[in-house]
Write a protein of this length. Structure first.
Lengths: 341, 255
């Protein structure tokens, strides 16, 4: 089998695509990329469909070695470079595609500028689909490789043993990743469980992302919200982006691995156009919230789709990155000990 | 989530915003047969309506969460469709499937059986008789893949959750808390009282249909002995679902 060998996994990366949001009625969380915009751009750079399975990286990237004739990859969501190892190695910028030949070893270091980044591979990562998705949900061992995070020694299988030569592409416009301003929120479904002062505070005050953060959610620190009807509800549905407030009054932002139902009131929901920004948050980041209507939220989502398509439309040609080691080996193979002789 | 029986049944649901990708259709705020049946009935009707852009329909005790793709359908269209379906909704049971779940009660399989007996003033045998004598409706799925909240448990067995939740509840554990019973599909932390264990895998990725239960199904438990457990468990280990559901036809079959 061809693919990328995981020499060192880094900080528990997972294989993610667009998830399985259609089986929440069976208790299966949606999962999928925390930042679907970055996933789509990374995939577009290597010629994949927007939702192809890629490697989701957090905190510290992996070291990988090519065990295929060639692969094409793109790192998106960070400005950290891909560091090609060895004598003829060197840095390859993020946000561009690059083709590596067999034996190339490359490393992605610390991701200090984002909560999440993606390494897309041409053809996608070829692991089995569960309920139509390859996304990893580690709590119930669903998807990815054996339902777990990627570890040292794994092979990330690719469907083709070689990729074609073509000019590489680059995403020069990185404004999409630098969106600032408050996170937009639609109130509800249980805003009536909170005092009016608390809700006013939610939109006036600053909250800080704590270290208690994973793919399920991010605990925030800031002014506590006050419940006026208790903090238990008869369980109801949960959507990605929900702002759940347990008994201590400290909000939790729920992300893609959230449970499908729950018994704490949700004061509001971060709109789908801003959910990708939640994935990018790091511990210590400060955030503010702004209230908008459902209609405005739908318009914002339509704008995001158009903006993302425009970013992809405006990819430019990237300069060649010469994989000298592979070139040398190919010459050696075809010139001296050609297998067809 | 303290469920309580009540006669609070609202005919016209409330629409609650859950951002721009979901809307909650809320029929009530308590655990109640009639409310839940309207939820399930709306779920079936809405699936049948074939509205484009619906991503998933998640029934809970008292509400239906409609997940949708806001680039395809607007929330207003969903509300219109739901309102048009309301007159057709039924609060009678309308079909579904019946699962008979084999269970070893007590001992290492159900370490809380004695305690439950003591706290309810019943003998362990009586607890088993009552628990395995009921037909439970699956009100909703949640907490973990394939786990159904089943009710309503007879009053004699109603107990609050354990004050000290267990760090590890084995997969297959048949348990009770408040007026509900459930089956843990995989090992997990949990605060329910463990009465027994089923050899059945309610969630097995090797099967074409990994998850057996669905909201709207009915469940009965029946007692088996340890040798039967081991024999069924060996088959389950091979990926065999071991049990198959009966289709329930007709309506008005109450629990």
């Amino acid at each position: 089998m061809s693919g990328l060998r995981v020499v060192n996994a880094g900080f528990a990366p997972t294989i993610q695509d667009r998830g399985r949001p259609h089986v929440q009625h069976l208790g299966v969380p949606p999962s999928g990329a925390l930042d679907p915009v970055a996933l789509a751009i990374a995939n577009a750079l290597v010629g994949n469909a927007p939702g192809a399975a890629a490697l989701e990286l957090r905190v510290m990237g992996p070291t990988l070695e090519v065990e295929a004739e060639s692969v094409r990859v793109a790192l998106v969501g960070t400005v950290a470079a891909i560091e090609v190892q060895g004598e003829r190695g060197g840095p390859v910028d993020a946000n561009r595609s690059v083709r590596f030949g067999r034996g190339t070893k490359f490393r992605i270091g610390g991701l200090s500028d984002t909560g999440v980044a993606y390494l897309a591979i041409e053809g996608g990562i070829d692991v089995p689909e569960i309920y139509g998705s390859r996304a990893t949900y580690t709590r119930s061992q669903i998807g990815g490789i054996e339902g777990r995070a990627v570890k040292d020694g794994d092979l990330l299988p690719v469907p083709k043993s070689a990729v074609g030569e073509r000019s590489e592409t680059k995403c020069a416009d990185l404004d999409w990743a630098r969106v600032q301003g408050p996170l937009r929120v639609v109130l509800g479904p249980q805003d009536d469980f909170f005092s009016a002062d608390s809700i006013a505070g939610l939109f006036a005050e600053t909250y800080t992302c704590t270290r208690e953060a994973d793919r399920m959610g991010i605990r925030l620190d800031g002014p506590a919200l006050k419940h006026v009807k208790g903090h238990d509800i008869v369980s109801d549905g949960i959507v990605t982006g929900a702002i759940q407030v347990p008994g201590n009054g400290m909000p939790i932002l729920l992300l893609a691995d959230h449970q499908t139902t729950g018994g704490y009131p949700k004061v509001g929901t971060v709109i789908s156009a801003d959910v990708p920004r939640l994935g990018r948050l790091r511990p210590g980041d400060e955030i503010r919230f702004e209230e908008i209507s459902v209609e405005e939220a739908q318009a914002a989502r339509a704008e995001l789709e158009v903006a993302t398509a425009r970013v992809i439309d405006r990819f430019v040609r990237a300069g060649a990155w010469l994989d000298e080691a592979a070139l040398y080996r190919e010459n050696l193979v075809s010139g001296v000990v050609g297998p067809m002789d | 989530m303290p469920p309580a029986a009540s006669d609070e049944t609202s005919t016209n649901p409330r629409f609650l915003a859950a951002g721009d990708t979901a809307v909650v259709v809320e029929f009530g705020v308590v655990v109640d047969h009639a409310i839940n049946r309207r939820v399930t009935s709306l779920g079936r009707a809405l699936r049948g309506a074939g509205l484009a852009g619906i991503v998933d329909l998640v029934p809970t005790f008292r509400s239906l969460m409609v997940h949708f793709d806001p680039t395809v359908v607007r929330r207003a269209e969903i509300e219109e469709t739901v309102n048009a379906l309301l007159p057709e909704l039924s609060d009678e049971a309308d079909g579904g499937r019946l699962w008979r779940v084999p269970t070893v009660y007590g001992g290492d399989y159900g370490p809380d059986l004695e305690d439950v007996a003591r706290r309810t003033g019943l003998t362990p045998e009586k607890v088993v008789e009552i628990h395995s004598g009921g037909t439970y409706e699956c009100y909703m799925m949640g907490f973990m893949p394939g786990l159904g909240y089943l009710g309503i448990l007879p009053d004699e067995l109603a107990l609050p959750r354990r004050t000290e939740p267990r760090v590890r509840v084995p997969g297959g554990s048949v348990s009770i808390a408040t007026n509900l019973t459930n089956i843990y599909t995989k090992e997990s932390p949990g605060g329910w009282h463990l009465l027994g264990r089923t050899p059945i895998e309610l969630f097995d990725l090797r099967r074409a249909e990994p998850i057996l239960l669905n909201a709207g199904d009915s469940v009965q438990f029946y007692e088996i002995d340890e040798p039967t457990y081991r024999e069924m468990r060996a088959r389950a280990d091979e990926g065999d679902p071991v049990i198959a559901p009966e289709e329930i036809s007709g309506s008005g079959e109450g629990a």
